[in-house]
Design a protein around this ligand. Structure first.
Ligand code: TXA
Ligand code: MG
Length: 330
């Protein structure tokens, strides 16, 4: 299959880009599109066959459910039940935006592979003009995980999607770089108090300011993870990635040690280390691109410098820990 990239641009027959995407989605195929967090790999959430093509293209385990994207709170309410006043308050405060709510699904709407046979569904209204226009024109709920090969960093550019999905999907809508750069916060509204299953740009403090106490389960090590995605390998570059405390002396010593063994080293950090073989930036919106850039080098080892003590970075730290599989350089 040939994979086409269509740049969505007001000046270049924008209408035709959406028509192509809607036609393909309605015919049961998969289309990648930008959201404000990362690019998504979308299919009609009511069509089992279409959704199975997402799992196939990503190589995603079938027991990891997908997020459903809709164009508004009103549309979302047609698909979910037992919506608490706290859930309604979250929708009003954060949608459109980077907050996914886990709610009881209305039965017999979503294909069973969207929810991995759970009674609940993750749902959000994305805050991106291309995603919103597509959803309004499509008038169907769109199941969409991040548009990367399972286990790889999520795509923040159309070219990342092309790298992973070339010849596997027919169309990528190119809306430029995604603004936030990491996936949405996932908040389970079926527990009381609600539980953050995945931290994101929308912080615990912001949520608590709206609905009061919520719990955090990012450190959850229970055997039956509430968010099935928590148990899988994530965001991993090809070369081994290690975390290191953000301390100049410590990092320089590490670089010397690795190079002393005849190996090449890439550093992902807010600061540049001229002695390193490669340097890439570290921030929420650059992390995944930096991890992907490491894959284009011949680095034997990657260091990411982190401030383990600071709490305000919990979403970024969560992704780094997963990407490094919790390994620290020592
Ligand atoms: O920002 C995002 O959320 C992006 C963009 C494309 O919207 N999407 C995304 O989807 O990150 P994905 O599939 O890569 O991550 C979905 C996460 C997984 O960790 C999954 O286990 C969890 O949400 N999830 C989905 N449905 C769930 C449910 N019913 N109960 C618990 N966790 C659920
Ligand atoms: Mg993902």
């Amino acid at each position: 299959m040939k994979t086409k990239i269509v740049v969505v641009d007001k000046n270049v027959d924008e209408e035709n880009s959406y028509t192509q995407a809607v036609d393909i989605l309605k015919s049961g195929e998969v289309v990648a599109f930008p959201t404000e967090t990362v690019y998504g790999l979308g299919a009609d959430a009511t069509n089992f066959e279409a959704v199975s093509k997402i799992f196939e293209a990503k190589g995603r385990p079938a027991d990891n459910p997908l997020i459903v994207h809709v164009d508004s709170k009103e549309t979302a309410l047609r698909y979910v039940q037992e919506v608490s006043s706290k859930a309604l308050d979250c929708m009003d405060a954060f949608w459109p935006g980077a907050l996914t709510l886990i709610l009881k699904a209305e039965p017999e709407i979503f294909a069973s592979n969207v929810t991995a046979d759970l009674q609940t569904v993750g749902i959000r209204v994305p805050n991106h003009p291309v995603a919103l226009t597509l959803l309004q024109k499509l008038q169907l709920p769109l199941a969409a995980p991040s548009a990367n090969t399972s286990g790889k960093p999520s795509p923040t550019l159309a070219e990342h999607v092309f790298h992973d999905m070339e010849s596997k999907i027919p169309l990528i809508l190119d809306g430029g770089a995604t603004e936030i750069g990491i996936e949405s916060t996932v908040l389970d509204m079926t527990s009381e108090p609600p539980v953050i299953l995945r931290p994101g740009k929308v912080s615990k403090e912001q949520i608590e300011a709206v609905i009061g106490t919520v719990r955090s389960s990012s450190g959850n090590t229970s055997n039956v993870p509430k968010s099935p995605g928590m148990k899988y390998m994530h965001y991993a570059p090809t070369a081994p990635l290690y975390l290191i405390e953000n301390e100049k002396g410590l990092i320089e010593k590490a670089i010397e040690y690795v190079q002393g063994k005849g190996k090449r080293i890439a550093v992902i950090s807010e600061t540049e280390y001229p002695m390193a073989d490669f340097n890439f930036p570290l921030s929420m919106d650059s992390l995944y691109a930096s991890l992907r850039k490491c894959d284009l080098t011949d680095a034997d080892l990657i260091l990411a410098s982190v401030e383990s003590g600071t709490k305000e970075n919990d979403a970024l730290m969560n992704r780094l820990e997963k990407a490094a599989d919790h390994k620290w350089f020592s």
